[in-house]
Design a protein around this ligand. Structure first.
Ligand SMILES: C[S@@+](CC[C@H](N)C(=O)[O-])C[C@H]1O[C@@H](n2cnc3c(N)ncnc32)[C@H](O)[C@@H]1O
Length: 422
């Protein structure tokens, strides 16, 4: 791979030893998070001070946080309400004195329960399917108390800050297996000794996040950041829309449909249900590639790969096709909102299905070309620390794995035409 080919490997993008949890980036784990250093380096190269950044699949908001630190206004979209909450809390301003007042009250109340009353007061238990399959009775009681306590907080920014720590706590005190994205229950062996300290865990997360927030607020520029539920696949466009269009896109779209790649919905479900967020059980269906389509793609960089998959497994080929159709629709919406000089940076993995490599990077270049963009570079980086399944089973045969997901591509294109309407 040479620079002359526009696609080249550059290990300076690996960030092997980097601290990926600075500022508000420490707030909440999520599968396949973008590391902040990538967004930071892209902003340094292509950012426009006081300009506008868009992340159409913002997840927990890594690019929004970095845009706020750099000095760009930002808008993120995601179909998953849990990550919209997280991205929002991570990127907006929160009044530290109001937060501290509430955190002190919470700490006092929890201290009193633990060391004086010795018993968690009753609180309404949410109506969640199979609740006792995922949580012990004691844990349910503690979570219900916390949930009721948090819901009484009047200041929305403070309430949301605490909800984010609560969300991560829910996952960690549940019987879900650690290190899995899908909802799998722990082994019976592990369950026997599993006795998590719910209040202790929440308090630890709150103080970690409080510290991250303080360092973020010190460096955060005076810019706007917002999160939208607009689904660009359906042609919905987020607000606000900057007058001259967005200057920069820094994003990492899903690798494929959620059912066969990363199950964002399953990862978020229990926390979303405890918080009472909508569609908690539907995310993987609503996500890109979640629904079959009757359309097809002609002359696309992924067409021949999909044909090869089709020759061995029609159903898998249709699933793969559905994903790329959605991705193209989304790019058509995104391109409408971009400025005449915009730069787009898409961080994508070329996954394998049935031993066939899908060139998603080339697909992105080709889709943006239709909108007046020129391919500037595709940087190939190693993934030393991204939280995602490193080994997928391309053939779906147990034991047969591929290591393609150890690398990802940063696709960079720039618009060269100046006569776009938006
Ligand atoms: C790779 S993750 C993004 C991670 C993010 N960069 C971060 O650092 O947390 C991809 C995201 O795309 C979202 N997604 C899937 N389909 C979508 C759609 N149609 N519109 C917007 N977001 C979508 C998923 O919910 C997921 O959060």
């Amino acid at each position: 791979m040479s620079k002359a080919n526009l696609k080249y490997k550059d290990e300076s993008w690996d960030f092997r030893e980097a601290d990926t949890k600075e500022y508000t980036h420490c707030f909440h784990a999520y599968p396949a998070m973008m590391i902040p250093q990538i967004a930071r380096k892209l902003l340094k190269a292509y950012g426009v001070e006081n300009g506008w950044l868009l992340d159409p699949y913002c997840g927990t908001g890594t690019s929004l946080v970095e845009a706020s630190l750099f000095g760009m206004h930002s808008v993120g979209c995601d179909i998953n309400p849990l990550v919209r909450l997280i991205a929002n809390v991570k990127s907006t301003r929160i009044c530290l004195s109001a937060l501290d007042e509430t955190l002190n009250r919470l700490n006092n109340d929890l201290f009193q329960i633990e060391f004086q009353e010795g018993k968690v007061p009753d609180a309404p238990i949410p109506d969640i399917l199979n609740l006792t399959y995922w949580f012990s009775k004691e844990v349910i009681k503690s979570l219900a108390y916390l949930r009721a306590w948090i819901n009484k907080i009047e200041d929305e920014t403070v309430r949301n800050f605490i909800l984010v720590a609560f969300s991560e706590t829910v996952r960690e005190v549940s019987y879900t297996r650690n290190g899995e994205f899908k909802l799998y229950r722990m082994s019976a062996e592990r369950l026997k000794d599993f006795n998590p300290d719910v209040f202790g865990l929440l308090s630890k997360k709150l103080s970690r996040n409080r510290q991250g927030l303080a360092t973020f607020l010190e460096k955060r520029k005076n810019v706007e950041a917002s999160v939208s539920n607009a689904n660009t696949v359906q042609g919905e466009l987020p607000l606000p829309r900057p007058l001259g269009g967005y200057d920069l896109v820094v994003t990492s779209p899903p690798y494929g449909d959620s059912h066969t790649t990363v199950a964002y919905g399953q990862f978020s479900r229990l926390a979303a249900e405890w918080i009472g967020l909508p569609n908690a059980r539907k995310i993987d269906k609503i996500a890109m590639g979640g629904q079959r389509s009757k359309e097809t793609l002609t002359d696309s960089p992924v067409s021949s790969a999909i044909e090869k998959i089709h020759s061995v497994d029609e159903k898998r080929a249709r699933e793969v096709l559905a994903f790329y159709i959605d991705l193209e629709r989304s790019i058509n919406s995104v391109a409408q909102m971009l400025s005449p000089n915009a730069t787009i940076c898409y961080v994508v993995g070329n996954r394998r299905v049935k031993e066939v490599m899908l060139p998603t990077d080339a697909f992105i270049v080709s889709a943006f070309r239709q909108h007046g963009f020129t391919h500037k570079a595709t940087i190939v980086r190693n993934i030393p620390n991204k939280r995602m399944p490193k080994k997928n089973s391309p053939s779906n045969i147990a034991g047969q794995t591929s290591t393609t997901m150890h690398e990802e591509n940063i696709v960079i294109c720039q618009r060269t035409t100046r006569n776009h309407n938006f």
